[in-house]
Ligand binder design. Sequence first.
Ligand SMILES: [Fe+2]
Ligand SMILES: [Fe+2]
Length: 288
Amino acid sequence: MLTDTDRLVAHVARLGEEHPPIPMDSVDFTVNDPAGFGARFGHVLDYMARVELEVDRNVLEISTMLPNPPEVDKQFYAEVWQPQEIQHGLILDRLQQILGRPPATTDLDHVGLKLKVLGLLAHLEPFQDVCRMLYYLTGMATERSAVIAYNLLHDGVIETGEHAVADTVIAPIKRQEPGHYAFYQLSARAHWATLAAWQKWLVRRLRRISFAPVGVNNVTQLADFGDVMETLGVDHEGRDLAADVARVEQELLWARDRGLPVPDYVTRAFREAVEAARARGLELRQGT
Ligand SMILES: [Fe+2]
Ligand SMILES: [Fe+2]
């Protein structure tokens, strides 16, 4: 019978074979209306480019947080995930520069103190298992957000009639994200089942205090994320981004607490992003 590790190893091998990094010369950067396209989607491209390029910092964070990761995790992030994501970032960053926008401002080497503390504690095996669970949960939320964002962006770009960008930039990128999400989901489900009650308790506590939307490390980025949500149309009641992003997390961590359909810290973080974006928009309008 296949074990969880066998399934993960096969999944990573398949991703590596079926999804090589997107070559830059496969991309057609033709944009018919750079000004109009930039005005509508420029800030979204900028946000995504930054988050994708920051994969290099994410790899540093992982190695700080997990001093002894399982072989399949190392293989995933070093041989599949990082090479794909960095290419997404380079392509999106090139596109936004073609639109006449500045390149993304990235933070590639600053590992936060909180993670360093976790990393020190993670030298104790049982605690490393807690860190690993937090890493999978973050990966799941991040990649699910990417899947949703690229799907919506693809629809939006098609609407503008910029078919070269839709077909050769956004479509190939969006095809690579579901495999990342699947890796973290498989890992999270398998790992959660191995944790002791105290480890699960600690994961819930730490997750509650550390959750942030993808790419948000400070208040400016929180407002940037809110702007992206508004442009992609996920800021309104009709589409519950929080529920979609946290579906498996809710099921694993909080299923026994009946009542809330979505972890409240996820709902709150997304609501705060939209509020921060609106407050900043208002300030900018009043300032001019
Ligand atoms: Fe990506
Ligand atoms: Fe991804």
